[in-house]
Design a protein around this ligand. Sequence first.
Ligand code: 3HC
Length: 312
Amino acid sequence: MDHNKFLEYVQAENKVEPKDMMPEDYRKLLVRQISQHAHSEVVGMLPEANWITRAPSLRRKMALLAKIQDEAGHGLYLYAATETLNDGTVNADRDSAYSDMLAGKAKYSSIFNYPTLSWADIGAIGWLVDGAAIMNQVMLMGNSYGPYARAMVRICKEESFHQRQGYEILMTLCRGTKQQKEMAQQALNRFWWPALMMFGPNDDASPNSQKSMNYRVKRESNDSLRQRFVDVTVPQAEFLGLKIPDENLKWNEERGHYDFGDLPWDEFMEGLKGNGPANKKRLQTKINAQKENAWVKEAAVAYAEKFKNVTT
Ligand code: 3HC
């Protein structure tokens, strides 16, 4: 594998497919990122599931169920994309990746370590979390690994529905009673900074970015996407009549962007170490689910074994 030839190939906007030759560190970078992306999708189902039985109407419950079902599908897509990298030199099968996450050896997005304390949080998650995810995932549609880029197309379409239903929840609350509008403001206060942290550390503190950019996996830097998200989201908050919880937020005419305050990086690092508000609860829920539902997997494997030679 001529490494420079590979770099030229991806930097000329060509796609890499599963059976192509690829540098070991390219393969490992993708297994790390795509499997953690998948973990984020499936753990991300938990904070929202907390409100299925308490949704304020049948319509809201149906939309929330549809969203959570989509997230499970995104996880499936992305575990399947991870497995295309399994060439025997890396652990890219679903079980190993998932076990690493349960053991705290692999990450999922820090945003899911925050509790959902009110129905307005479900709106804030759709609007801000899925909004930030779309920003990142539209960028990933242009990444050099074929299966990952293609998975993003459908995921981004579904995320748009997620983002809109969340924004509509908040719009309804902001046009409701004073208490409902206050609930929406509290949700924005809780989720604003964690949503900005979703884009990762500042560029000068991002150990993976340079390699990821060279390999055309990451197409825009963490800070550039974060800035774009802020620029797009502030007017949306203003339309709702909500205040962004950052006294340093100010439009900078010269830059043509919003200036904003420093993120709470200590909180971010604590979350990465497993000390976020809900880390332990999220992992324990997933560990319990794997144990309680092991019979489903055993039954599916037994069924597949029994009928593997049946062709019609
Ligand atoms: N939460 C947890 N870990 C994070 C993080 C976050 N918000 N941001 C960065 N990290 C981790 C990285 O994984 C890396 O650790 P690792 O080397 O052990 O994997 C470390 O912090 C340093 O960060 P880097 O910037 O160097 O890492 P990357 O170059 O991988 O960039 C990323 C981080 C931008 C999150 C990139 O991995 C990425 O684009 N991932 C794919 C998108 C994704 O995973 N999104 C998560 C949300 S998905 C979602 O929200 C579901 C939606 O349906 C709601």
